[in-house]
Design a protein around this ligand. Sequence first.
Ligand code: GTP
Length: 194
Amino acid sequence: MAIANTFKKRKIAVLGSRSVGKSSLIVQFIENQFVENYYPTIESNFQKTVRYKGTEFECEIIDTAGQDEYSLLSSKHVIGIHGYVLVYSVNSRNSFNMIQIVYDKIIDFCGKQDIPCVIVGSKMDLQSSRQVQSMEGENLAKQNHAAWVETSAKDDANISEVFELCLAEIEKRSDRNLQRDAASPSSRGSCHIM
Ligand SMILES: Nc1nc2c(ncn2[C@@H]2O[C@H](COP(=O)(O)OP(=O)(O)OP(=O)(O)O)[C@@H](O)[C@H]2O)c(=O)[nH]1
């Protein structure tokens, strides 16, 4: 008899400008190490089981090549994705400005009003060269119904929080869908995250 798979699978895409620390964030989360050298990413997939609110989630994390305003959003980074981590670096105003651009591209592609998303201000250890204040990050997240956190992969600060917040955003929306369907039987037949 087949044993039921009790893991829930969640696919999370990590996007943001070049060199903001997307790979470092993921590598610190998966391997507990920080690499000082910069190796531009083409694309990599990582797996990790995360326990969140008593449930095991099998997370597939997609590390993407950095985006700029002219990059086309790849369908691979939208179709089948449950949640998004959008990263800017607190010492780069340009990377912060890219967040809304990437967010809007995802929204346009999905045709939704909002998406499960965590906005991350990375490299918070670089206080002396800070260009983006915490309040600005928080406000941007509020405007887009997203979670927000500042991190340092170098100091291993708030790294696991990023992925817990992302799971929380995903689960919040899937609970909302279930409640909506219970209240309105006509909406049955729509897709749910299992
Ligand atoms: N001080 C500091 N440096 C960091 C931190 N995170 C990443 N870096 C450095 O920033 C550089 C770029 O980091 P990556 O993780 O490769 O950035 P990325 O966003 O994956 O870059 P792309 O692959 O080009 O998109 C590297 O030299 C890292 O060592 C951090 O938290 N603090």
